[in-house]
Design a protein around this ligand. Structure first.
Ligand code: BG6
Length: 501
């Protein structure tokens, strides 16, 4: 474990959704497990005027739901000492000069600074400009780093324009483009699983793998984020970033070393090998849908069009599914299916890899249904797990086969339960870019989805619907190449049953 230098973490938008739900709780848990560096301070930057005491009490409110028992303890005492507040109201042209004075002149703020942009994507370019104009991004006495949340731009061109703006004030090593999915345990486990074991490598290619499925489904809706979601939609919100990152980890070649540049070189290579989808073939490769009202956990929930802030004729997709091919030596001809949706039947994320059937069906007489292939499945959430499905003989006098699941739920009771943001925040403070996106990676991901976005933005008069609480719109079977392929709805053996609709 590398020691972390003291630093100042400045959070823009510290009162917003992301900071409340993720960043502040993550920082507090790091405090509890004593992983925050000594003398590190957290400076919240928000629009309204508040005293430091008011901010501390707001923070304790944010932590109350998750850590009710820890707010009287020693950890919170240490944490509150780190908390500072700076108001930066709209139209207050002086506020950045005041921030510069505060950071440069006050001994309690270490000169190494992380600026975390926990604001909507449209706001951070102006903030970075202002920081740059008051010289806060110059690395004179300490390092200066900027963390940017996804989506980075809304298509390739805008991402490149955005990048041009950042390079006016920052060098690439100062920029940390966060994709919090890369902080999840099982996502990192894809690399461990592939590169710390020899068993799978000979099978990890088009000779043995039939197809790959990557799913992220949620039961939640848009949670009051219409302002952002209406302009984003599921393809930008989840697939362009998180799910394409998963695809890259599953499909990339082993890197030369695990250092950040080698790792990102391989991810870029594989993303560049994704076969471009032409505008004409968008309908054969992509499917979108929008939820209507339905029932989740026994409660009626509104449809997307009834959510506050959503246009009554919106065609923003809350469900997106894609079929991609990777045109390289390893993956030629293997489809990668990806899907994501809000208000679906279950909240879960997983990578499911289906193997080909044996060349001869020698045991046809030993089963009643269709041939059952092998699967390897990596469950990302709600539970981290690794499963493998195989055929075995049913004990007894007759030769009959059945599917068993080798279930390696590797999380032990005593293992640490942490949030993805915790590790990523430590990485930023340590200057480790391995789990952050490089600009060429972001560009390659936009190249994959851009043609689909273009066609969908032109075809605005119709969108398929699905009832909230179901597995998405009917008709996605047409993405699959064969009748014996369809989405797995769970990681249990019965989840492989085909329920094409
Ligand atoms: C975010 C998306 O990046 O990821 C959200 O903007 C989505 O729409 C979330 O709900 C899913 O991540 P997690 O870690 O909460 O499953």
């Amino acid at each position: 474990m590398k020691a972390i230098e003291p630093c100042t973490l400045v959070i823009f938008g510290a009162g917003g959704n992301l900071a409340r739900r993720k960043l502040i709780p993550a920082l507090f848990r790091l405090e509890m497990v004593k992983r925050l560096p000594e003398k590190m301070v957290i400076l919240a930057c928000c629009l309204d005027h508040k005293t430091r005491e008011q901010w501390i009490s707001e923070v304790s409110g944010m932590l109350h739901a998750k850590y009710p028992k820890h707010l009287d303890g020693e950890a919170f005492e240490r944490f509150r000492e780190r908390l500072y507040y700076h108001a930066s109201p709209v139209g207050d042209t002086e506020s950045y000069q005041r921030l510069q004075k505060l950071l440069d002149d006050s001994p309690e703020f270490p000169p190494n600074v992380v600026f975390y942009m926990s604001v909507s994507p449209s706001e951070f370019p102006a903030i970075i400009d202002k920081l740059g104009n008051v010289n806060l991004l110059k690395q004179k006495v300490g390092w200066r780093r900027v963390v940017i949340e996804k989506p980075f731009g809304y298509d390739l061109l805008s991402a490149q324009t955005l990048q041009g703006g950042l390079y006016k004030h920052l060098d690439e090593p100062q920029i940390f483009r966060i994709d919090h999915y890369l902080g999840k345990g099982t996502v990192q486990n894809v690399m461990v699983f592939r590169f710390a074991n020899m068993l799978l490598e000979p099978l990890w290619n088009h000779h043995y793998i039939d197809h790959v499925q990557i799913t992220h489904s949620e039961t939640i809706g848009i949670e009051g984020r219409a302002g952002y979601y209406e302009g984003a939609g599921a393809l930008r919100d989840m697939i362009q970033s998180h799910l394409l990152q998963l695809l890259a980890l599953v499909a990339m070649e082993p890197p030369v070393t695990m250092n950040a540049e080698h790792l990102r070189d391989e991810k870029v290579k594989v993303l560049r090998a994704v076969r471009p989808i032409t505008q004409k073939s968008v309908n054969a490769h992509a499917f979108r849908g929008q939820y209507t009202s339905g029932t989740i956990d026994g409660k009626t929930v509104p449809g997307y069009l009834e959510e506050p802030g959503v246009a009554p004729d919106s065609t923003t997709e809350t469900y997106a599914a894609l079929k991609l091919f990777i045109d390289n030596w390893r993956w030629a001809g293997v489809p990668f299916y990806m899907r994501t949706g809000k208000r679906m039947a279950e909240g879960s994320s997983a990578i499911c890899i289906r193997f080909k059937n044996p060349p001869q069906d020698l045991l046809r007489h030993a089963r009643s249904g269709p041939q059952q292939p092998n699967w390897i499945m990596l469950g990302i959430q709600p539970n981290d797990c690794l499963k493998m499905e195989m055929q075995v003989k049913v004990p007894g006098l007759d030769l009959r086969t059945r599917t068993i699941s080798l279930d390696a739920t590797y999380r032990k009771e005593e293992d640490e339960d942490y949030d993805a943001y915790e590790g990523l925040l430590l990485d930023v403070m340590q200057g480790d870019h391995s789990l952050f996106l490089r600009i060429d990676e972001v560009e390659a991901a936009w190249r994959v989805v851009d043609p689909i976005l273009k066609v969908w933005s032109m075809e605005r008069d119709f969108i398929n619907s699905y009832q909230a609480g179901t597995w998405g719109p009917r008709g996605t079977y047409r993405l699959f190449d064969r009748d014996d392929q369809f989405w797995r709805q769970s990681l249990n053996p019965e989840g492989a049953d085909l329920q094409a609709y």
